[in-house]
Design a binder for this molecule. Structure first.
Ligand SMILES: CC(C)(COP(=O)(O)OP(=O)(O)OC[C@H]1O[C@@H](n2cnc3c(N)ncnc32)[C@H](O)[C@@H]1OP(=O)(O)O)[C@@H](O)C(=O)NCCC(=O)NCCS
Length: 154
């Protein structure tokens, strides 16, 4: 797909992100979250014609000197799936983790994430980028779905 721009979100993207996550529908909470995505976490966004079509956010877990990052909220708008956007998001995010740790002069170790056991598209995407299955973590986010723990060395 042409004309896709991948960047890290800044304060200017706040309104776009608020509308992207409006399905959470919990007023107050969503505003705090989006502030957190922008000010504390790192949010990778895919955009076309000034519209957000995909996001991925990452943040440093625990002691930054451990060099461990979690990826979450990996999402591409339904209409734009299977066009390489997820690919671009993951690639950009891995590079941005490396760049950030280089800047703060800490050796990055691992990126981890949770993915639902039946989510074939996401599992295939993560495997493509060298994430390895570590273990099942049970019914974490819902009573129906089993989550898997994947991680990738840096
Ligand atoms: C998972 C998701 C982010 C993939 O994004 P996408 O833009 O459609 O993916 P891409 O077109 O960039 O494809 C990249 C890779 O993902 C995998 N993939 C994507 N769609 C797939 C599908 N329907 N079936 C199997 N593998 C698929 C493939 O490995 C693909 O690489 P390939 O083209 O070389 O085979 C997207 O399907 C999505 O947003 N799903 C809903 C939210 C979600 O499940 N997020 C993950 C939470 S852990």
């Amino acid at each position: 797909m042409n004309n896709i721009k991948i960047t890290l979100a800044t304060k200017k993207d706040k309104n776009y992100l608020l509308s992207y996550f409006e399905h959470y529908k919990i007023k107050g909470l969503i505003e705090n979250r989006v502030n957190c995505y922008i000010l504390h976490n790192f949010t990778v966004i895919a955009r076309t014609n000034n519209k957000i079509i995909g996001v991925l956010q990452w943040y440093i877990k625990e002691d930054p000197r451990a060099g461990v990052v979690e990826f979450e909220e990996v999402h591409v708008s339904e209409k734009y799936r299977n066009k390489g956007v997820g690919d671009l998001l993951i690639k950009f995010a891995i590079r941005s983790v490396r760049d950030y740790f280089k800047k703060i002069q800490i050796k990055p170790r691992k990126i981890f994430l949770f993915v639902e056991k039946n989510n074939k598209a996401a599992i295939s995407l993560y495997k493509k980028y060298k994430f390895k299955f570590i273990s099942e973590v049970g019914r974490l986010f819902s009573d129906k779905e089993i989550q898997l723990f994947y991680s990738r060395n840096l």
